[in-house]
Design a protein around this ligand. Structure first.
Ligand code: 13P
Length: 249
């Protein structure tokens, strides 16, 4: 079932005390029933956030995980470790992971495979650089990121896959895709999924937009027919702006 989702990707922000302050405030808020609200704190704060939100309808997600279940991978965290905390949702393929940590489509495909095998929900990120858009190559590029990253999965896995379209040029820049640009790409993503799997799977998948979503622009983006919510960076760090976006549908 296609869901409305707003996920806060905190990236490398908020230490334990700041996380606690956020959670205390968040728990006072009334959340709209029809929106799935998620936050993705740093690994070090996942345990605290998960336990703090145990009685609360907010999902705690991880920002990344390793493709192996265990082994000699210094500094890495596995799906099994996340699950042992109760964390069952993971962001995979964020453009910062692709660009700064050399995560290729091949590695990401392994990560997706491991997450799905561990019965986790995957938020799989795709997005083009500005140059690729200028060369009018963006639709093809996103199709290849999907083909190489997630299309190895059987159709049944798609009940646990969410796609996040995050144009790299819009991340942290204050420049968002226009609602029309977002809609065009989201519709394209749905068509590509329909061609590979089926119309019903394509209709059921939630596709989030990310890239400088703020309280003042969330509504017009979320109102597009193929946009099911957002993956929010900077504006998810404060409860007030995050809640305005959660309530922007
Ligand atoms: P900003 O909202 O800060 O542009 O970040 C978007 C993002 O990368 C979320 O994953």
């Amino acid at each position: 079932m296609r869901k409305k989702i707003v996920t806060g990707n905190w990236k490398m922000n908020h230490d334990l005390a700041q996380t606690e302050m956020f959670l205390v405030d968040l728990k006072k808020q009334v959340l709209p029933e029809e929106v799935t609200v998620m936050i993705a704190p740093a690994f070090t704060n996942l345990n605290h956030a998960f336990n703090s939100l145990r009685e609360h309808p907010v999902t705690v997600a991880a920002q990344n995980m390793h493709q192996n279940n265990n082994g000699a991978f210094t500094g890495e965290v596995s799906a099994e470790m996340l699950k042992s905390l109760g964390v069952e949702t993971v962001i995979i393929g964020h453009s910062e992971r692709r660009a700064q940590f050399n995560e290729t489509n091949e590695i990401l495909s392994e990560k997706v495979k491991t997450a799905i095998a561990n019965k986790m929900t995957v938020i799989f990120c795709v997005g083009e650089e500005l140059e690729e858009r200028k060369q009018n190559n963006h639709l093809k590029l996103i199709e290849s990121q999907l083909t190489e990253g997630v299309f190895q999965q059987p159709e049944t896995a798609w009940k646990n896959i969410v796609i996040a379209y995050e144009p790299v040029w819009a991340i942290g820049t204050g420049e968002t895709a226009t609602p029309q640009q977002a809609q065009e790409m989201h519709q394209h993503i749905r068509t590509v999924i329909a061609n590979k799997y089926s119309k019903s799977t394509a209709n059921d998948v939630s596709i989030l937009y990310g890239g400088s979503v703020k309280p003042n622009n969330a509504s017009e983006i979320f109102n597009q027919p193929d946009v099911d919510g957002g993956l929010i960076g900077g504006a998810s760090l404060e409860v007030e702006s995050f809640m305005k976006i959660v309530n922007a549908f």
